[in-house]
Ligand binder design. Structure first.
Ligand SMILES: Cc1cc2nc3c(=O)[nH]c(=O)nc-3n(C[C@H](O)[C@H](O)[C@H](O)COP(=O)(O)O)c2cc1C
Length: 176
């Protein structure tokens, strides 16, 4: 492959594995939803996910105050709503109403589950690395629609471009 020099400031678009999630948060009657893609699993059991949530975001405030949130995994069908939730702040707007996001109560946390997302992970803040605005979230309850076999998840490539997943290849020798 003939590789060329690539700007360091755009490296994230190569490594940002996703899937893009919609993080819902809730505290004292305030709620919010934001798009998020800088996350990674760091432990199997307990299931721990490391998530960068900028402290400029209203969601950061709500997650910090409540110590909880839900990672909802959307698919291509609601891509426009995902982009909308990633380009407006819940400080000045009810994004649930604006983007028509139906919700259901979670079982262990105050933040809601998004009905249109095929999976929702209820999380509690386990630890933080404030210098990187990084939350280590423990998944305490997981919900998945069993009818969605090959979810068309969104994988951000930077500058408004998304790669869409959809096919599953199985290699039994690569089991965990
Ligand atoms: C595809 C996509 C991925 C994003 N990933 C992140 C992320 O990983 N961390 C982050 O802090 N903001 C991320 N954002 C930006 C937030 O979603 C955006 O700042 C949002 O307006 C915050 O909303 P809030 O103020 O209501 O919390 C992303 C936006 C998009 C569109």
């Amino acid at each position: 492959m003939a590789k060329m020099d690539f700007p360091l400031s755009e490296v994230y678009g190569l490594l940002e594995t996703g899937p893009v999630v919609l993080i819902t948060s809730h505290v004292n009657g305030k709620r919010d939803v934001m798009a998020q893609s800088w996350h990674t699993m760091v432990e199997f059991e307990p299931a721990i996910v490391a998530c960068v949530v900028s402290d400029r975001n209203f969601s950061h405030e709500l997650i910090l105050e409540s110590g909880e949130c839900v990672l909802n995994i959307p698919t291509f069908e609601i891509a426009e709503k995902v982009v909308g939730c990633g380009n407006a702040s819940g400080r000045d707007l009810d994004k649930f109403a604006k983007f028509g996001l139906a919700v259901s109560p979670a079982s262990l946390v105050g933040a809601p589950l998004l009905d249109e997302c095929y999976a929702s992970l209820e999380c509690r803040v386990f630890d933080r690395i404030p210098a990187y605005e990084l939350f280590l979230l423990q998944v305490v309850k997981a919900w998945v629609d069993p009818d969605v076999a090959d979810p068309k998840t969104l994988h951000h490539r930077g500058f408004g471009a998304f790669m869409i997943a959809g096919e599953t290849a199985r290699f039994p020798s690569a089991m965990k």
